[in-house]
Write a protein that binds this ligand. Structure first.
Ligand SMILES: Cc1cc2nc3c(=O)[nH]c(=O)nc-3n(C[C@H](O)[C@H](O)[C@H](O)COP(=O)(O)OP(=O)(O)OC[C@H]3O[C@@H](n4cnc5c(N)ncnc54)[C@H](O)[C@@H]3O)c2cc1C
Length: 387
């Protein structure tokens, strides 16, 4: 295990750091101001092969373990950049890799690895279902050798900057399914063909630059060969990818926390008020030290979850705890960093207010803290199901 948070994947850390230097704060500030997708940053990651890290070598990727992808994303955030522009490709790809047919893998994975195709959009959440995924209403009805998809998704991030979307839809109405988790299916949608032919996308402007959207399906024809795995088993396929998603997002939060703590420490040493550095006051240094300790504890949980994942063991509890603890550590560090900077923390040019807004998301998405606590209460502690 990476006990000091520095030992593993040193070369990856160094390479990502070098790449991030090409995208300083003013690049991200300009994107943020215009809510512009960071096309150049994502292109640089793609060209360097980083977005193909988890794709096996047989399909043109580098076949690296999840821990390597976690380090990449951590380092992106730690260097002030934002991995949210492209992180989804890493965890969405797992559903295709683990549950797709050989023909689907051969068709898509090499092109995703080379950057010819972008798989950045993951359509699960719907306006009326919220966190209760099994109550989604988007329906895919089989008609001959195709499915006709009707419904709506919300918060489908990066849909305008992706060629492919992984879509979760009902193929059996919830009332007719044996269990509420049955009757859901996963499709790979080629949005290049679909746009304007049954698929439309509407951007949602949010408090941070996230390129998120609403997606409407109005009789979209999807070839039956685009069904992933077996019809009706989609919920299980999506769930199995969620541990990877939680671990990778947790690693991003650790990166954010390190960025905030680094900024706060640097400023506390330099800023002179009442004739001495503000960091000489315990009222300033203790909150930073506390945020550091909490970040390090959360980091151990991220490594524990990643190690279990690599060993092929059940890591549901650890992945969820890692996501929650790391998101909390990042949010605490963000708050401490802002407070340490006093008024200057609110100035755009310091980048703190931007990162502050960005890291707040992880209290809610991809799963909110309450739902993680509910999972732990039920599945780890054996308490009655609360939702
Ligand atoms: C910027 C952004 C990007 C996103 N990107 C994507 C994406 O790419 N693809 C995608 O599919 N989704 C995406 N999401 C959706 C995200 O996963 C959901 O917002 C999240 O899962 C919470 O669902 P909800 O917003 O419907 O909240 P709700 O489910 O409506 O919950 C609202 C609040 O109530 C709480 N709550 C609900 N039920 C319970 C309960 N039983 N016990 C205790 N508390 C409860 C929740 O914790 C939450 O705080 C994104 C969201 C955002 C904001």
């Amino acid at each position: 295990m990476d006990v000091d948070g520095q030992t593993s994947h040193r070369e990856i850390r160094a390479e990502i750091r070098k790449l991030c230097l090409r995208f300083p704060g003013d690049y991200w500030r300009a994107c943020d101001r215009d809510r512009k997708y960071p096309v150049e940053f994502v292109a640089a990651l793609t060209e360097a092969g980083w977005l193909a890290a988890l794709i096996p070598e047989a399909y043109g990727g580098s076949g690296l373990p999840l821990s390597a992808a976690a380090v990449m994303l951590e380092e992106i955030q730690r260097n002030g950049c934002n991995g949210a522009a492209s992180h989804a490709q890493m965890y969405i790809m797992g559903t295709l890799l683990h549950h797709g047919s050989e023909a689907q893998k051969r068709e898509y994975l090499p092109k995703i690895a080379s950057g010819e195709l972008r798989l950045q959009a993951f359509g699960v959440t719907e306006p009326a279902s919220g966190t209760d995924t099994t109550s989604i209403r988007t329906f895919a009805k089989r008609q001959g050798d195709q499915y006709i998809v009707t419904g709506q998704k919300v918060w489908t991030s990066r849909a305008e900057h992706s060629d492919l979307m992984l879509l979760l839809a009902r193929t059996t109405p919830r009332e007719e399914a044996m269990k509420r988790t049955d009757g859901l299916s996963v499709f790979i949608i080629d949005m290049r063909d679909a746009l304007g032919h049954g698929l439309s996308i509407k951007p949602i402007r949010t408090m941070m630059n996230h390129s998120t959207t609403e997606v409407f399906f109005d009789g979209l024809e999807v070839p039956a060969k685009n069904l992933i795995g077996e019809e009706g088993k989609g919920f299980r396929y999506i769930l199995s990818g969620m541990n990877a998603e939680r671990i990778l997002i947790a690693a991003e939060c650790i990166g954010d926390a390190k960025w905030f703590i680094g900024k706060a420490t640097g400023y506390a040493k330099e800023r002179i008020v009442f004739g001495r550095p503000i960091g000489q006051n315990q009222g300033v240094q203790f909150p930073i030290a506390q945020a550091y300790a909490r970040m390090r504890a959360a980091e151990l949980m991220v490594h524990s979850a990643a190690s279990l994942y690599a060993a092929g063991r059940d890591c549901g509890a650890e992945a969820n705890m890692a996501k929650m603890l790391a998101a909390d550590a990042a949010w605490e560090a963000a708050n401490v960093c802002l407070q340490t900077h006093g008024g200057f923390g609110f100035a755009e040019e310091f980048d703190i207010e931007r990162k502050f807004r960005e890291t707040r998301l992880y209290q809610v998405a991809p799963i909110s803290t309450n739902l993680i606590l509910g999972y732990l209460a039920e599945h780890v502690l054996g308490l009655p199901r609360s939702y």
